[in-house]
Design a protein. Structure first.
Ligand SMILES: [Zn+2]
Lengths: 152, 302
């Protein structure tokens, strides 16, 4: 018990903590943010007890600070994640990740006949449902939903 | 509407659509005007569609414009692997407006973002074909005198027909009642029904054609393709129940008109053609006036 507790709170000096990730999506978050290539310490946990969600996952990345479009990516697989920026062991900012109204570049359109899958085109989507994660392609106008979601 | 591409019907407001129909009426009265003298219109057909291309080229020719382009890609640089981006940028140097048809969905939207001249979408895969939608609206208004408060039946393949999807959506701007007649396998998808529900309009679904005929002002027929059925036996079972025959037109409203986007195969019996309710050939001709209106509005000549 004390050991689990220790992992949860084990602090990082500088970096970012992503909390309240759905447990099954922790590895996806790591992949999306390319943390497997990180040079500094990365801690992660899955199936941790959470008052809010029952089970949750967490990722702590030392010396990593994310840009806006990287935060958007997290929102696609962990729509309720909390993003905590740490500087000198202190919480600098704490915000809930929210899907933006539009998403550029990071998602592949699921429609195989969409022009974005044949030409060099930056994908663009309107988020039509933030809860269920439904994205309407700006080009082919088809809906890519959670089960068809591929991050490119 | 000057310099504004038309990719989806919803790119134009209801007011702009109605204004375009008004301008088209002027061209119906007088289709030969020298408005496009010295203008070059490119028609790029990345997949063949003779009917649509001829309609655009006829529209341009009656107005004295010049046409450049291709009717399929077999002898073009596209065949050599040129990107759509490069083709559009090149042709935009040589023309005032580009009319394009492409097999990939979203191609026209993409083209409108890389082109310095406006783009008119003449069909992008299964997605949009807005000039078909405008000529349908024109034909309905022309025959009924209004677009409001009509009873409109759609018959046939309501699942895959993009013409039906666009027109249903466009008619949702007006107060219409929808009668949807299709085999169970080819019902109108919920992604389109959502527009009807949003506007709180009435719709009814049928699997028999006969009972809607006396109720409606517009009977919009479409073709049912055998390939749409997983089980060929299912197709054989239903194929004859969605064919319109002259004898079925005994009890119709007097103002009722039959529309069809063409080409038809056998879903409207040829003996219907001489019935005064048959409007589908005039409907196709209306496409020329609507395209004349669109091109002159985009070029700022009207
Ligand atoms: Zn798409």
């Amino acid at each position: 018990m004390t050991q689990i507790k220790e992992l949860k709170v084990s602090a990082i000096e500088n970096g970012t903590v992503i909390d309240h990730i759905p447990s099954k999506n922790v590895f996806q978050v790591i992949k999306i943010l390319h943390l497997e290539e990180a040079g500094d310490m990365v801690l992660f946990g899955t199936n941790l007890e959470s008052k809010k969600y029952g089970k949750k996952g967490i990722v702590k990345a030392s010396n990593k600070f994310f840009k806006k479009h990287e935060i958007n990516k997290i929102g696609l697989v962990a729509p309720n994640a909390t993003l905590i920026v740490i500087k000198d062991f202190q919480v600098k900012t704490k915000e809930v990740v929210k899907l933006p109204d539009t998403i550029e570049d990071i998602v592949k359109c699921f429609n195989p006949n969409c022009i974005t899958n044949h030409e060099k085109v930056t994908t663009r989507f309107t988020v039509v449902d933030k809860e269920a994660v439904k994205l309407r392609c700006h080009y082919c106008e088809k809906i890519t939903d959670k089960k068809n979601l591929i991050i490119r | 509407m000057k310099n504004k591409s038309l990719v989806s019907i919803s790119d134009y407001t209801k007011e702009q659509q109605l204004h375009l129909l008004d301008v088209a009426e002027g061209f119906e009265k007088n289709p030969r005007q020298n408005l496009l003298n010295n203008y070059v219109v490119a028609t790029l057909f990345f997949e063949p569609s003779t009917r649509t291309r001829l309609s655009f080229e006829s529209a341009v020719s009656y107005l004295g414009g010049k046409i450049i382009g291709f009717s399929d890609t077999s002898s073009t640089s596209v065949q050599k692997g040129e990107s759509l981006r490069d083709t559009i940028r090149t042709v935009a140097n040589y023309s005032d407006v580009i009319v394009m048809r492409h097999p990939k969905e979203g191609a026209a939207r993409f083209a409108s973002e890389v082109s310095k001249v406006p783009i008119v979408n003449a069909g992008d895969g299964a997605n949009q074909h807005p000039t078909q939608c405008l000529l349908d609206l024109y034909s309905i208004r022309k025959t009924q005198g209004t677009l409001d408060g009509l009873n409109v039946a759609f018959v046939g393949d309501l699942k895959y027909g993009r013409t039906v999807h666009s027109l249903v959506q466009a008619l949702c701007q007006f107060n219409c009642k929808f009668h949807l007649v299709s085999p169970l396998e080819l019902k109108l998808p919920s992604s389109v029904k959502v527009h009807i529900k949003e506007k709180k309009m009435e719709y009814m679904q049928y699997t028999e054609l006969e009972e809607v005929i006396p109720k409606v002002d517009i009977l919009y027929m479409t073709r049912i393709q055998k390939e749409r059925f997983a089980d060929p036996m299912e197709y054989e079972k239903i194929k004859n129940s969605f064919i319109l025959k002259n004898e079925m037109l005994q009890k119709t409203k007097s103002n009722m008109k039959i529309l069809h986007p063409l080409p038809r195969v056998n879903e409207i019996d040829e003996d219907v053609d001489d019935n005064k309710r048959a409007y589908y050939f005039q409907q196709a001709l209306n496409g020329v006036y609507v395209r004349q209106a669109l091109l002159t509005l985009i070029l700022g000549l009207k």
